[in-house]
Design a protein around this ligand. Structure first.
Ligand code: CDP
Length: 231
């Protein structure tokens, strides 16, 4: 059976990774969370004190870029690919509010994008991949057979992220999450390099009022139609 590329883009906390995972599991495709890669670079910058609230040593970060190794590896315990930064599993660390606060400025840097997009291209060479992010259907895989653009109203998105982090035991407030989501949406849509924008051939899905299962079945049907066209 011919495999396709599924690109899922959209605003923060729209449930991209949930549906991307569901699709990848069902189709036996590889799932790649491209946001995790930007988060890993932000974590690297924070760990090396290149980045803080009032200071950004962009030059040092750019000079260190060749030494940043980012990989996805399956851990036996959950059979899911976790992200590794220079051989260390950072899956948990990259999901904190601290990293969320710094990731979008890092994602504006063309040098960073160039490096990560090149890794992402290699992952898609054999197709059979579901990748989510902000520029997957526009920049990374402009020829993807299926492109989805996800949206939901801001309050719903912030509440989803709040519940997710509280469940993980993080100490966060709804207000700080709402502010973070709004700030990242603004930076992601207005940056010069690869801004978040709906690809002209993407199908828009607003899931403010759709549950996970219904949404999955709608998108799965779209994927099945595209796969059938390639057989
Ligand atoms: O999960 P959430 O929606 O909060 O965001 P994410 O997918 O983990 O992405 C974190 C940040 O990385 C985004 O806010 C973007 O600034 C950046 N990003 C990007 O620029 N391009 C991508 N393909 C993926 C993420």
């Amino acid at each position: 059976m011919n495999k396709i590329i599924i690109a899922i883009d959209g605003y923060s906390s729209t449930g991209k990774s949930t549906v991307a995972r569901q699709l990848a599991d069902y189709l036996n495709y590889i799932y790649v969370d491209s946001g995790a890669m930007y988060r890993a670079v932000a974590l690297f910058a924070l760990q090396n004190n290149y980045l803080s609230k009032n200071h950004f040593d962009k030059q040092s970060l750019l000079m260190s870029l060749p030494a940043i190794k980012i990989e996805f590896k399956k851990e036996a315990k959950n059979n899911r690919a976790d992200i590794f930064l220079n051989d260390k599993n950072v899956e948990k660390e990259i999901r904190t509010m601290h990293v969320s606060d710094f990731v979008s400025p890092i994602a504006t840097l063309s040098e960073v994008r160039k490096k990560l997009v090149s890794i992402q291209h290699k992952m898609g060479i054999e197709k059979g991949i579901v990748m989510d992010g902000r520029d997957i259907g526009t920049v990374v895989f402009p020829d993807a057979e299926l492109k989805i653009f996800m949206n939901a109203n801001t309050q719903v998105r912030a509440l989803r992220r709040y519940n997710e982090l509280i469940e993980k035991g993080q100490n966060v407030s709804f207000d700080e999450i709402l502010k973070n989501v709004e700030k990242r949406d603004l930076l992601d849509t207005t940056r010069i390099d690869s801004p978040l924008v709906k690809a002209t051939d993407a199908i828009e899905v607003d899931n403010s009022e759709t549950n996970r299962e219904d949404q999955f079945h709608i998108i799965l049907q779209l994927a099945k139609d595209r796969i059938a066209k390639r057989i």
